[in-house]
Write a protein that binds this ligand. Structure first.
Ligand SMILES: [Zn+2]
Ligand SMILES: [Zn+2]
Length: 358
């Protein structure tokens, strides 16, 4: 799903909406109701005592809610070597996720497909919204089997992420080219406080259409209260279904700042989209940090990047709210945006979802 718009009116409305509320209003094609998108912030990756973490699902979920996250995913290792990891306990996690989801806070049950070491690639991946789990160390289980399971074995939409990956992970990404499921849509460009840019660039180079997310990968209550990095999701409402659909659409971004809002339109659609071939790209990039009393939260610089992080264009700013319109060529396979803030100059504070050209 993409949100199409008439550029001039859309950008005006976007500007107004971003000024007066936390979301953005986008005009779709004639005849469609305008969806109003909001920014939701959360964590896509955590473990409990059901695998190698500490604490119950409820303890971690309640702490995440108290901390002010909008959503929180429980993703225990799906490995039978952990006595607590049983089908019954996964059902219990799903039940707790339903019980503790409210109109203001969403819990997403899932699992981490980990410790797989078969010839079909080595590396970890999360599955969010899964109805059941897949043991990565089970018989005949490798990445082709995992991709087949993702595509055919789940009764509801699920979304998967590549976890804490580098250029050499997943057999140096030398796998799955023909299998590449659409629901592998996310890449942990931030995991447990570490950036993972080289792995992200490698995934893009290998043709994966994945969007950057930030994962705490906490194995207990720690990080929930201390970590400021978040996955931002642009969705019309705070429900599990809406968040999963937004992740599948790659309407997400990764940010080291807990409430930095990043909205990027290219030729009238949100980044995350795959665009038909075109000569140029018209960008409308909106970034806001609501902490206007914190000088170090000022937005200082924005870059539009291509594969391997090559800089296509960039601009300086010095404000808490930026609305930048610019144009670039469309001769690279994909583009994405990085945002810098005054608290650090050596690395981005946020990474947008890429836009791809067919
Ligand atoms: Zn892992
Ligand atoms: Zn993990």
């Amino acid at each position: 799903m993409t949100y199409r718009s008439r550029p001039a009116i859309t950008e005006l409305l976007l500007c107004i909406a971003l000024t007066i509320c936390t979301g953005c209003r986008i005009l779709p094609s004639a005849g469609q109701a305008p969806p109003k998108l909001h920014h939701y912030f959360g964590n896509t990756h955590s473990h409990t005592s059901f695998s190698d973490g500490k604490g119950t699902p409820a303890e971690l979920i309640e702490l995440a809610q108290k901390t002010g996250l909008d959503f929180y995913a429980i993703t225990d290792h799906a490995l039978t070597k952990y006595p607590g990891y049983t089908p019954a306990n996964y059902e219990f996690t799903r039940h707790e996720a339903d019980r503790l989801t409210t109109s203001r806070f969403v819990v997403i049950p899932g699992f981490e497909y980990s410790e797989n070491d078969g010839p079909g690639a080595k590396g970890h991946a999360n599955v969010l919204n899964a109805a059941s789990t897949l043991n990565a160390t089970g018989p005949n289980c490798d990445y082709p089997r995992f991709f087949d399971w993702l595509t055919h074995d789940q009764p509801q939409p699920v979304v998967a992420s590549f976890n804490h990956a580098g250029p050499a992970t997943y057999n140096a990404w030398d796998f799955g080219t023909d299998l590449r499921p659409d629901n592998v849509a996310l890449f942990e460009i931030i995991n447990s406080g570490k950036p993972r840019e080289p792995g992200f660039y490698t995934a893009l180079d290998h043709g994966w259409r994945v969007a950057p997310v930030a994962a705490m990968d906490n194995h207990g209550p720690w990080r929930i209260t201390e970590a400021d990095y978040r996955t931002g999701v642009l969705a019309p409402e705070l429900t599990r279904d809406a968040l999963i659909q937004a992740m599948l659409d790659r309407h997400v971004y990764a940010t080291w700042g807990k409430n930095l809002r990043v909205t990027c339109f290219v030729n009238g659609v949100l980044t995350g989209a795959v665009l038909p071939k075109t000569d140029s790209l018209d960008w409308t990039i909106s970034v806001q940090d609501p902490d206007t009393d914190v000088p170090t939260d000022r937005i200082t610089h924005i870059k539009i990047l291509g594969p391997q992080g090559v800089v296509v264009t960039e601009h300086d700013f010095d404000k808490h709210s930026v609305h930048w319109k610019t144009q670039t060529p469309a001769d690279l396979p994909c583009y994405f945006v990085t945002v810098y803030t005054a608290d650090k100059t050596d690395a981005p504070t946020a990474y947008s979802s890429p836009v791809w050209l067919k």
